[in-house]
Ligand binder design. Structure first.
Ligand code: GDP
Length: 476
């Protein structure tokens, strides 16, 4: 069977313009070759340079991946604490850290960094990575073997660790002279000025010599890579359309496992497939009280009505039912609480709409609070991000990586609900995003050459401050 399969709308490009390769066993990961059947064709095409880079990355990964001869050799050197000889294989090890949306964004960031530095990405399996994601690289696993000698130390690595890069810079010249067998990169939102020097070309010169980079981050740091002169040309070639970086890399890396794919496809077939139009609303409320809150409900309604995303309610007139089959809209809501969904569903049951359209409102789960340690909880979170990415129109909440994943996977420029202040509905309630790219929440504001502070959101036209977080950076 070729890479195109036929649907009623015509042929479907199962491999997303060459982003994916054929040859994986289909039954081990149905989503890999089926997801195109659920997606609209993307207006964004991966560059031929990106495609060739991915193919050479896959070859490198097979050459240097777990249990390969060079891997075993590098492991021996690590165990002996030796500074490594020059080798063709060096690694970036991603530590599983933070909520699922954050982890998806940081995996993509670490992968792009690996592409730029010719490193191999190895993934701390944590408790659930293999339960959520299929293997993305053909011929070799991306999972770090459980017997990796530093794995037991992952939890204890922090800014105070002697191997932490920022800490090394504070201490002495050790971070500039000799190469270390491994370095811990602390790129978590609480990182300090020294940790942030990771984003300076001069500092990358030192890191280039370190065979094992162990990275912990909860941020999509790609926008700042675009500001580094040494990566500029390469990134421009890889991603000529800068707003589609995660769009492509996310579709390349993240294939739901069969258990998650079951959650996605059953829900899609049961509730979304038949509608004329699908609208997604992702509600994420960063409050300590559980809610639901009236000001949030008012905000959702204000945004969706004023921007004509949902039809207005007929409050006074008697029910008018125009002849013929009414147009149907499906509203897919996601939230930790059921409150907003119940109110909106009832609204469209108790009243007709001024347009005569029928609005069906669904919400897959209401898990009440974040439970990152539970398997089914994370499967549902991943399934819901994915389902949101299959909608036609998307409304997201400010500051939420959960929403970022949905929007960029889906190729959707969302309407972003502003973050409410003082428990009041913002006016305007929402704003259309400039691009579908995720926001880097904790970027550095430093000019590496001049060694002074600088507004990194004002340097180039394609890296700007985010709509939902004034100090954040995003690609447009
Ligand atoms: P962020 O905190 O919004 O940036 O997103 P994260 O995904 O990193 O962390 C939030 C976590 O809370 C998710 O991974 C889920 O575990 C849970 N969560 C938040 N909102 C929802 C939701 O709408 N549906 C489900 N199933 N889980 C959610």
């Amino acid at each position: 069977e070729g890479s195109f399969s036929q649907t009623s709308e015509g042929p479907v490009d199962k491999l997303f313009g060459g982003l994916l390769v054929s040859g994986f066993e289909e039954s081990s990961c149905h989503s890999r070759y089926q997801s195109a059947l659920y997606r609209k064709e993307s207006p964004f095409k991966p560059s031929s340079y990106l495609l060739s880079k991915l193919r050479s990355y896959e070859a490198l990964h097979r050459q240097c991946g777990p249990n390969s001869e060079p891997y075993n050799k590098m492991l021996e050197q690590l165990k002996k604490g030796q500074t490594a000889e020059i080798s063709d294989c060096s690694y970036v090890v991603w530590i599983s850290y933070s909520g699922l949306g954050n982890r998806i964004l940081t995996l993509a960031s670490a992968f792009i960094y690996a592409l730029l530095t010719n490193r191999v990405l190895l993934v701390d399996p944590g408790v659930d990575i293999a339960d959520l994601f299929c293997e993305p690289f053909s011929g070799a696993s991306w999972l770090l073997p459980r017997d990796y000698p530093l794995m037991s130390q992952f939890n204890s690595f922090d800014q105070k660790s002697p191997q932490c890069y920022g800490n090394m810079l504070k201490g002495s010249s050790s971070a500039n002279s000799t190469a270390a067998p491994y370095v811990y990169l602390h790129l978590v939102h609480d990182y300090d000025d020294q940790d942030k020097l990771f984003f300076c070309d001069e500092n990358q010169d030192f890191l280039r010599k370190v065979p094992w980079l162990i990275m912990r981050t909860d941020n999509y740091f790609v926008p700042s890579l675009f500001l580094m002169p040494s990566y500029e040309t390469e990134l421009n070639n890889l991603f000529p359309q800068k707003e589609a970086v995660f769009h492509h890399i996310g579709r390349y890396l993240f294939h739901p496992t069969n258990s998650v794919w079951g959650l996605i496809t059953r829900y899609y077939q049961a509730y979304l497939a038949k509608a004329d139009e699908r609208i997604g609303i992702q509600i994420r409320v960063f409050e300590t009280a559980p809610g639901p809150f009236q000001y949030v409900l008012d905000q959702i309604l204000s945004c969706t009505m004023k921007k004509n995303l949902l039809p207005e309610i007929n409050m006074h007139d008697p029910i008018s039912s125009p002849p013929g089959k009414p147009k149907s809209k499906v509203l897919l809501m996601t939230s930790l609480s059921a409150g907003y969904f119940e109110k909106i569903r009832n609204l469209y049951w108790e009243h007709s709409t001024v347009t005569g359209e029928i609005v069906a409102v669904y919400q897959p789960s209401h898990e009440e609070y974040q439970q990152t340690e539970k398997k089914m909880h994370n499967r549902k979170a991943w399934a819901e991000m994915y389902l949101l990415s299959l909608t036609d129109v998307l409304v997201t909440s400010s500051w939420s990586t959960f929403g970022y994943v949905a929007q960029s996977l889906g190729g959707l420029k969302p309407w972003i609900l502003y973050k409410p202040e003082n428990s009041t509905t913002p006016d305007p309630a929402c704003q259309r995003a400039m691009s579908m790219e995720p926001c880097f929440h904790a970027p550095p504001f430093y000019d590496c050459k001049a060694k002074t502070g600088i507004d990194t959101g004002k340097l180039v036209p394609h890296v700007r401050h985010c709509e939902d977080m004034s100090w954040g950076l995003k690609l447009v």
